[in-house]
Each structure stands twice: as C-alpha cells, then as structure tokens.
Design a protein around this ligand. Sequence first.
Ligand code: HEM
Ligand SMILES: CC(C)=CCC/C(C)=C/CC/C(C)=C/COP(=O)(O)OP(=O)(O)O
Length: 299
Amino acid sequence: MTASVPLPAEWRDFVALTKPRVMTLVVFTGLCGLLVAPGTLPPALAFTAILCIALGAGAAGALNQWYEADRDARMKRTAGRPLPAGRMSRESALHFGVGLSFFSVLLMGVATNWFAAAVLAVSILFYVFIYTIWLKPRTAQNIVIGGAAGAFPPLIGWAAVTGDIAALPIALFALIFFWTPPHFWSLALFVRMDYANAGIPMLPVVAGETATRRQILLYTAIMAVAALAPVLLRLTGLIYGLTALVATGIFAAMALQVSLRRETDPARMGPEKRLFKYSVLYLFLLFAAVVVDHWVRGA
Ligand code: HEM
Ligand SMILES: CC(C)=CCC/C(C)=C/CC/C(C)=C/COP(=O)(O)OP(=O)(O)O
C-alpha cells in the first residue's frame, strides 16, 4: 500500500495523530496551573477545561503531522505515523485537526471563559504556524522560539479558573520555555542523522555536536534560574524550593556530563539519552511539587 492510496484510518490512527505520549505532560502542566490558581471551578468544568487543553494539544499535533507528512516519511522515528505509513489521507488529518481546534477552543470559551479560550487558540496557532510551518524548516533556533507553544498549558489552566494571568503562571511558563532546549537537544544528539536525512536544520545538524552540548549546558543554567525563581520570588514555598533545588542539581550534573562528552553512540544508553529521559521526569516532579506546596501551605 502506498501513501497515495490510503487504507481507511482506524480510531487508533486518529489517537496517534494527537501525539498522546507528549500530551500527558502537556495536560499535567495545564492541570497544575488550574489547581494552584486562586478560586475553584466546579469539578465538571475543571474536567472540561483540562479536556479542552488535551483536545487542543491533540489538534495541534494532528495539524503538525498533516503539514509534515513528507518530512516524517524520511525519518525512522516518525515514518510509521498514520500519514507517512499511508494509513490515512492528508485531508482526513486536516479535517480532524481543524475540527478539533475549533471544538476545543469553543468548548473552553463556553465552559470557562473566553480569555482562556484565546490563550488556547494562540498556543495551537503558535505550534502550527510559528513552529511547524515557519521556524522548524528554517532555523536551528526553531525549538527555542517555537517551544513557547508547549509552555502555554499552565497559563491556560490558570486562566480557566481566574480569567486572567499572574506572576506564578508566568514563572511556570518560563520554566517550560527554558526546559525545552535541553529536553529536545539531548534527544536531537542521538537522532541527528534522522534530522539530517529529512533536511531539518536542528542544532546538531547545523552547528555540530560540540556546539549543541554547550548550548544544552547554557540553557540548563538559565532553566535553573527559572526553576528557582518561583521560590525566590516567594510565589511558592519550601516544599517546591527543596524539590527544585535537588531535581535541578541532578539535571545540571547530567547536562555537565553531556557537555563533557564528544561523541554520541545512538545504540547505547549514553548521558544524552539519560538526560532526555530525566528531563521528562524532572518537569513532572517540579509541577507536582508546585501543587503539593500550594496545598500544604493552604494558599
Ligand atoms: C519545540 C519543543 C519540543 C520538541 C521539538 C520536542 C520533541 C520531542 C521529541 C522528538 C520527542 C520524542 C518522542 C516522540 O516523538 O514521542 C519528545 C518526547 C517527549 N516530549 Fe518533547 N518536545 C518539545 C517540547 C515538549 C514539551 C513542551 C513537553 C511537555 C511539557 C514535551 C513532553 C514530552 C514528553 C512527555 C515526551 C516523552 C514521550 C514518550 O514517553 O515517548 N515536549 N519530545
Ligand atoms: C495546549 C497546546 C495547544 C499545546 C500544543 C503544543 C504542544 C503539543 C507542544 C509540545 C511540543 C512538541 C510535541 C514538540 C514536538 O516537536 P516536533 O513537532 O518537531 O516533533 P516530531 O518530530 O515528533 O513531529
């Protein structure tokens, strides 16, 4: 079966289109934003708000795959996705992505408020137009700027409750924003041949391994400041502060190890792969700590 004669897509393919594994952390950070906001939403509305973040992120993932079907076909990691594998037509992915985008934004507006809906719309548009279509094929800084899309969920969760934005959700936005480069570049180091084959100018392809390792360390240092800022600014308390200190210390030690290496062995569990895996756990931990800290302080 070729890509031009798609098999009828199954529901599993539509789920795959939403990038469900990445979405777990997107939804979790959104949920944490919602839980630490002052005030509460009735449980059914809180659930709907989180559902809208999940559906909006899924819609953005589908539109990303609709646009990138040809690039995805050239990378081992992504060749099995529904479009490059020929299990779904591009029109189906486009209709699904556009439909889900409108549905998630409108439902968010009706269920919570139109400010939260607008921020959700901005994050979908940012991921699709600014990251996927504009920056990703053009510059190695694509994920630094484009990565902002993935930093919006705590702002959306907060705004769903309050209808506005405050210092804490902005600090959480900054944490994800500066976490994204070490998260992604550590992965990019061991799949760089994939990106080179697909002609995508990711940093290890364009600037080489050594520069990428240095940039990982640099952004980890900035991320450390962002991770400690909430406690230094007294937006969170000691539970978050201690968690951030220890978890960021481990992150920094791992980033240092990555920066001291010269070559990546894609077949082995080197420091790059370890840092990538730890980066996901790290963000889960820090966001969980923000919530626990908030509950313990009764803030
Ligand atoms: C432009 C920014 C980002 C890029 C380029 C990026 C790229 C990637 C890639 C290529 C993977 C590999 C596995 C896969 O395809 O599923 C991955 C995994 C992952 N990413 Fe990111 N990511 C970015 C931002 C984020 C953000 C903002 C979050 C959530 C807050 C996130 C959460 C995750 C998670 C949870 C995984 C692990 C999925 C698994 O278990 O396989 N990523 N990321
Ligand atoms: C709330 C909301 C609308 C959020 C949407 C933003 C979102 C899902 C951000 C996560 C970032 C992400 C999946 C990057 C993958 O990069 P890539 O697309 O380059 O990865 P790929 O090579 O696997 O396609």
